[in-house]
Write a protein that binds this ligand. Structure first.
Ligand SMILES: [Zn+2]
Length: 417
């Protein structure tokens, strides 16, 4: 094998190396080219290296020693801080367009529609560390047994991710400015994405209840996207109306082995503050689970199985014209958004890059997070398109695969040395 499989694939499908090489340089006298720094962070993130310190160590005498060569964590932080985030954002959009052209965004359950989820997350909150772009708030907390009020610093970002695909594909992120709320930040991100990807890239946007606001909904429709958002107490009139109209028996009941789903469908409900009608679907879900509890009975431990029943009621509002599609589609749409939380945000928050002072700087944090998300998306694409689809028998999972990628680099440098 003359070239590393992952990078060879990225070059073949995305012309990746040339695109990275074409990114503008933000420093005047760079000691290491931006492409090298970018690739160190990108490959380190694809191999799920948990920190800049490990990337530094792997570049010095580990998996990336031959491919990248020595580079310090401070150099990486310095270089990241001096780049403009826009070209990296644009690179992510170019990749997304290629994925769509190649048919990777197709999926069966969503009936050919591209569904994207919007959601916000908080990262790296701390009392001590602060950069120019930190958001801040006063919090009460306990210090040596005494309650006191301190200023806490943190960052928040909004992400838009395709969730109709077999694996989630992040399209873009935007950091909230200090004092900026999540929904206006999300709208700015969506406008940027539409500017780069075109209006028809995404068909439906899904999100939680904070997005169900008249101005946001209007703006999203103005961009040509449909939407489905959770309906909660923040829209009290619409919720009351929907509750009243669904007080009777459900429209249908779906029973499976361990769960039951009852649903109601209201094609037109009055939403007074938005001066319009919207479609609402209500679901009542009963899930049966068996829980095993262990108790001590004299010298013996006794296992008892008990049946636990969980019930949940949810309302979803949408402008989506169902036509002949069953109303339960709205429920499927809205549930698909959980993947942004359980899969995409997990990767962003589980490792400790963000605690590193070299990257806790306004621009470095943004550029680093964009590169990490791109590495996550592209390694998932490679894993699903190349590894899983070509595997015979049992296939390693994504985490095992990311670790194995590091060995490919080591094996390759052994070949060529
Ligand atoms: Zn900060």
């Amino acid at each position: 094998m003359s070239r590393h499989q992952f990078e060879a694939y990225l070059d073949k499908v995305f012309d990746f190396s040339n695109r990275v090489g074409a990114l503008p340089e933000g420093r005047q006298w760079p000691q290491h080219p931006w492409k090298k720094v970018f690739e160190a962070v990108f490959l380190g993130a694809a191999m799920q290296m948990p920190s800049l310190l490990q990337i530094e160590a792997e570049c010095r005498d580990g998996a990336l020693a031959k491919r990248i060569g020595p580079i310090s964590d401070d150099t990486i932080g310095y270089a990241l801080q001096r780049q403009s985030p826009e070209p990296v954002f644009a690179l992510g959009c170019e990749i997304a367009r290629r994925l769509k052209r190649n048919g990777v965004l197709r999926s069966d359950w969503s009936r050919g529609l591209v569904v994207a989820a919007v959601d916000g997350i908080e990262i790296c909150s701390s009392f001590a560390r602060c950069c120019d772009a930190c958001m801040h708030r006063e919090v009460e907390h306990k210090v040596r047994g005494e309650m006191r009020t301190d200023i806490q610093y943190y960052h928040r970002l909004v992400a838009v991710t395709v969730v109709s695909t077999p694996f989630p594909i992040p399209l873009g992120i935007r950091f909230q400015k200090d004092g900026e709320a999540e929904v206006p930040c999300a709208l700015a991100l969506i406008q940027d994405l539409v500017g780069r990807l075109g209006r028809r890239f995404v068909d439906i946007l899904v999100g939680d209840a904070i997005y169900l606001q008249a101005p946001f909904v209007k703006a999203v429709e103005g961009l040509g996207w449909d939407w489905a958002f959770t309906l909660k107490e923040n829209q009290p009139d619409l919720l009351r109306e929907a509750e009243c109209l669904t007080a009777g028996p459900p429209g249908a009941i779906q029973v499976e082995r361990d769960r039951e789903l009852r649903w109601w469908h209201l094609p037109e409900v009055d939403w007074p503050v938005a001066d319009r009608l919207v479609r609402v679907v209500k679901t009542f879900r009963i899930a049966h689970q068996r829980k095993v509890t262990v108790s001590q009975d004299g010298a013996h431990r006794k296992k008892t199985k008990t049946e636990v029943t969980e019930e949940s009621t949810n309302f979803y509002a949408t402008n989506f014209k169902l036509g002949s599609i069953p109303p339960l589609f709205v429920y499927q749409l809205s549930r698909s958004r959980w993947r942004i939380d359980t899969e995409v945000f997990q990767t962003l928050t589980t490792d400790c890059h963000l605690k590193h002072p070299a990257v806790h700087q306004s621009t470095a944090l943004v550029v680093l997070t964009m590169i990490r998300l791109l590495a996550y998306a592209l390694s998932l694409v490679f894993y699903h398109q190349q590894i899983r689809s070509h595997a015979r028998g049992r296939c390693q999972n994504f985490q095992e695969f990311a670790k194995r990628m590091a060995y490919w680099f080591v094996a390759r440098s052994a070949d060529t040395s």
